[in-house]
Design a protein around this ligand. Sequence first.
Ligand code: CTP
Length: 212
Amino acid sequence: MRFLITAGPTREPIDPVRYLSNRSSGKMGFALATAALARGHQVVLISGPVSIPTPEGATLVRIETAQEMHDAVAAAIHEADAAIFCAAVADYRVAEVAGEKIKKTGDTLTLTLVKNPDILGNARGAFGFTGLLVGFAAETERLAEHALEKLRRKGCDLLVANDVSRTDIGFDRDENEVELFYRDGRHESLALASKSEIAAVVIGCVERLRET
Ligand code: CTP
């Protein structure tokens, strides 16, 4: 199969030296790419700035902003049989990026943010993607309720959800504990495991969805 995987954070510039971003390390997305390659699949990995090695055999597309990730996905998704959206995309960007470094002239500084495109949310509609679609959800409360709502709203076949209020798992950790929600209503809780092990399970789920 041909996989498209988004990974890592995005960086939204404020001025030539500053940006808005988040704590994503890219480890989960890169683990998914490694797991898919190990199963003999082809992988296009579209990633924000990360400091981990590129899985051997993956085609890496480096981006910085959400808009760049959106455009890279739009250009590549038609070649994919399955798309996994693991990136922690910044939901907002600065409305007007300053051309020069912002000086600390005032006691407060107000930035106006505007919404970024929802890349996963565009997969079914704007991109017309008909392959298998996997989303991720990072939640701090009412995990199942939010995950199921997200799965339906974004047209996913599978949604991988985790509780980011826990400090022992998730962001920048090597381990995670996730729950899988399927479009047909099935639900599976995976025990605490390494991101490599979780990635192998998710790739296996996608392979089985492809067979059905
Ligand atoms: N995602 C995306 N583009 C965005 C935001 C999110 O592709 N601009 C993808 C993520 O990669 C992930 C999924 O959408 O697979 C869930 O993102 P999340 O931000 O948690 O969902 P939202 O719909 O933005 O809901 P919330 O209000 O909880 O932020």
